[in-house]
Design a binder for this molecule. Structure first.
Ligand SMILES: [Zn+2]
Length: 337
């Protein structure tokens, strides 16, 4: 724990050493000007510990840290980085808020890019009006804005003052002839204090025999539509694949599925431990069932004649089931465990 001019450590774990070391700059060299802005101390200390994870343990461990941190933050529908109750120590030094503080810094890094993010923080730490004194959130925001040359008021309103998190609902369609992937992103919010979270937004695109590709857009309005040229047939899309943005309960709908096919063809059981059956009405003939893994590779192909399909040799994962019928193609996801 950090106190005036010094940090106490109750043990010698790497995480605690990193956190308390970070407080020498964020907490001691510059400290928060009000308890409302305690994230200027605790958010940086928590995020600098995460940077130790990134630099010592690698990208995968750092991504897993973001995943579990987001799970922690979204376990409650409310909660803001801005401290609303400064009358109790529990209201100020709140574990969930430490995590949301750290993810707010990560989202700024993701939004602004490596160079601007780290340069703005160096500028903040060298600002003679702040060093060996106090800072408010607006002082840090000004340094990000000056370095980036854009206004971040709306972003800070949503993610610093506002409570809760967004859920993204993506509907997509792929047009083979024009090779266009089109998608629409709707958003709901877990808390009424934010009407719409402005944010960068990424999708991972999976195609037949292709390496998955990440594409990024900026969300500024609800129900925004986008179109991206993809030179191969898209089989599946994953939202927020690298866990760079706080969100939960995201959904993806294959908008190019014909509604008659969606309602009349089912696969069961889902999830499955081994066998899988495709159920179709007699008027919709199935002539092909192909199964792809999330790398887009075909792992099973059959001229379907109604018998159970065995997934026994396949590892536990999500699979894309491509069902070709006389009425068109249907894509469904299947989980194997
Ligand atoms: Zn601390």
């Amino acid at each position: 724990m950090e106190h005036t001019t010094m940090s106490f450590m109750g043990s010698w774990e790497r995480d605690i050493i990193a956190h308390e070391l970070a407080h020498q700059w964020f907490g001691n060299k510059i400290t928060c000007g009000d308890w409302e802005d305690v994230w200027l101390n605790e958010g940086f200390a928590t995020y600098l510990n995460a940077l130790v994870i990134e630099n010592f343990d690698g990208d995968t461990t750092f991504r897993n840290w973001r995943g579990s941190t987001i799970n922690n933050i979204t376990s409650s529908p409310g909660g803001s980085v801005f401290i609303t109750n400064t009358t109790t120590t529990g209201g100020i030094f709140n574990g969930m808020v430490y995590f949301k503080d750290a993810m707010l810094l990560h989202m700024l890094r993701y939004k602004l890019g490596e160079t601007i993010f780290f340069q703005a923080i160096q500028n903040y730490l060298a600002d003679p009006n702040l060093t060996y004194g106090y800072a408010r959130t607006i002082d840090l925001q000004n340094h990000f804005e000056n370095e980036n040359g854009t206004d971040l008021t709306e972003f800070f309103n949503d993610w610093f003052l506002g409570q809760g998190y967004p859920s993204f609902h993506l509907t997509w369609d792929y047009d083979k002839s024009s090779q266009q992937l089109s998608f629409t992103v709707d958003q709901t919010q877990s808390h009424s204090s934010v009407s719409f979270f402005e944010t960068p937004f990424s999708i991972m695109v999976f195609g037949d025999g292709q390496n998955p590709e990440v594409h990024r857009v900026e969300l500024t309005n609800n129900g925004q539509s986008f179109s991206i040229n993809i030179p191969y047939e898209v089989l599946a899309i994953e939202v927020n694949p690298h866990k760079n943005i706080i969100s939960k309960n995201n959904t993806v709908v294959l908008g190019n599925n014909d509604s008659v096919l969606i309602n009349s063809i089912t696969i069961s059981p889902n999830p499955t431990k081994g066998n899988l059956t495709v159920n179709n009405p007699s008027n919709i003939e199935i002539y092909d069932v192909n199964i792809h893994n999330m790398l887009g590779q075909e792992v099973f192909k059959s001229n379907y004649v109604g018998e159970a399909i065995s997934l026994k040799g396949l590892e536990s994962s999500i699979y894309i089931i491509e069902i070709d019928t006389i009425n068109g193609k249907l894509l469904k996801n299947e989980a194997k465990f």
